[in-house]
Ligand binder design. Structure first.
Ligand code: BDR
Ligand code: CA
Length: 315
C-alpha cells in the first residue's frame, strides 16, 4: 500500500530533487505540492513546482499556492544560491494542466490531512509559513497527520544564514516557532542534511543531452565553488531530499526526542533551533530531532540515484 505524502516546498534545486524522489518512489503517493515563499518569491516557487511536474511528466499532481510573505519577518529569498528564478535547469513553461487549485496551501494541507486522516505525511522543506497557517486553521492538525517532517534548523551546529539560524527557519522564525512548539514535528536540521551529498562521479555521468538530464545535473551542482569551500564539501548538499528519504526508510537517520524551541526574541537568535538534549529546561520533549550519528548516506544516495534512473528511463 502506498503512503500519502504532501510536500510543502519552495523549489529550489534541492527541493526539485526531493520532489523527484517523492514522485518516483513506489511506496509514496504524492497528494500535492504546496508552495511557499523561500528560495524565491512564491510566484516563482509556484512556477518552478509546476515546471518540475511538467518536466517529469506528472501534471496530474495538484499544486496549491501558499504564503507570499512570512508571518512577521520581511521576505528573504535565496536566488544567489538556487539561480535567478530560484531554480536552475532546463525547465518547460508550465501549461494549464498544472494550474494551481483554488485552495490556499494552508487550507489544502488541512483538507488533505482530513481526507487522509491519520495517514498523511507532510514533508515541509521550505519556510514554515503554510504549516503554521494550517495549524492556525486546524489546531488538531498534528493528530490528523501520520507525521510532519521538517527540513530546518541546525540543532547542534551553526546556521547557514546567521551564525545560529538555518535558512528555512530564519525566513519565517515566528512560523517555525509555532510549528516546533505545537505540531509534534520530526526535525531534520542542517547539521544532518549537510551529509546529503551525491557522488561527484555519478553527477558527472548524468546524461545532459535532454532537458531532464540537464536539469538534474544542474540541481545536483547548485553550490558554487565558494559555497563548497565554505562548508568543506565536495558536492552540494541536497538537504530536502534527505527529508523524503527519511519518509521511505526510517533507518536512514537516528532520531532523538527532545524539547526544542525556535528563537524569536532578538536579531541574534531569530530562527535559531534551540534543542535541549540534556533536559536542563525540565520541559518535556515536543518532537524528534535528527542527530548527526550513523546517517546512512549510502542508503540515501541509493534512493536518490534509483529515483533519477527511473525518471530518466521514462523519458
Ligand atoms: C534549506 O534552505 C533552502 O535554501 C533549501 O531548499 C533547503 O530547504 C537549507 O537550509
Ligand atoms: Ca527548500
Amino acid at each position: 500500500m502506498t503512503r500519502p505524502l504532501l510536500v510543502d516546498t519552495d523549489p529550489g534545486c534541492d527541493d526539485a530533487l526531493a520532489i523527484l524522489l517523492a514522485l518516483e518512489h513506489a511506496d509514496l503517493e504524492v497528494v500535492g505540492l504546496t508552495t511557499v515563499h523561500g528560495n524565491a518569491p512564491v510566484d516563482a516557487t509556484t512556477h518552478n513546482a509546476r515546471a518540475v511536474l511538467e518536466l517529469v511528466e506528472r501534471p496530474d499532481v495538484p499544486v496549491s499556492r501558499g504564503a507570499d510573505l512570512p508571518l512577521i519577518s520581511p521576505l528573504e529569498t535565496a536566488e544567489h544560491i538556487h539561480g535567478i528564478d530560484g531554480i536552475r535547469g532546463d525547465l518547460p513553461e508550465p501549461s494549464s494542466a498544472t494550474q494551481p487549485v483554488d485552495s490556499h496551501a494552508a487550507q489544502f494541507i488541512v483538507e488533505q490531512a482530513r481526507a487522509h486522516e491519520g495517514e498523511l505525511t507532510v514533508a515541509a522543506v521550505g519556510p514554515l509559513t503554510n504549516v503554521a497557517l494550517a495549524l492556525a486553521i486546524e489546531p488538531e492538525l498534528p493528530a490528523l497527520l501520520d507525521e510532519l517532517i521538517v527540513m530546518g534548523g541546525a540543532a547542534f551546529a551553526p546556521g547557514n544564514v546567521t551564525p545560529l539560524a538555518e535558512a528555512n527557519f530564519h525566513s519565517d522564525p515566528e512560523a517555525a516557532h509555532r510549528v516546533v512548539r505545537d505540531a509534534d514535528p520530526t526535525v531534520i536540521g542542517l547539521d544532518v542534511t549537510r551529509r546529503a551529498t551525491l557522488p561527484a562521479s555519478w553527477i558527472e555521468g548524468l546524461p545532459r543531452d535532454d532537458p531532464l538530464g540537464r536539469s538534474i545535473y544542474e540541481w545536483a551542482t547548485y553550490y558554487t565553488e565558494a559555497v563548497l569551500e565554505r562548508y568543506g564539501l565536495e558536492t552540494a548538499a541536497i538537504h530536502d531530499a534527505l527529508a523524503i528519504a527519511q519518509v521511505v526508510d526510517e533507518d536512514i537517520l537516528e532520531l532523538e526526542s527532545h524539547f526544542m524551541e525556535v528563537g524569536i526574541d532578538s536579531e541574534l537568535d531569530r530562527g535559531a533551533l534551540v534543542c535541549d538534549p540534556h533536559g536542563v529546561t525540565g520541559e518535556r520533549p515536543n518532537g524528534r530531532v535528527a542527530v548527526d550519528n550513523d546517517v546512512d548516506v549510502d542508503r540515501y544516495r541509493e534512493l536518490v540515484i534509483d529515483a533519477v534512473d527511473r525518471a530518466l528511463e521514462v523519458q
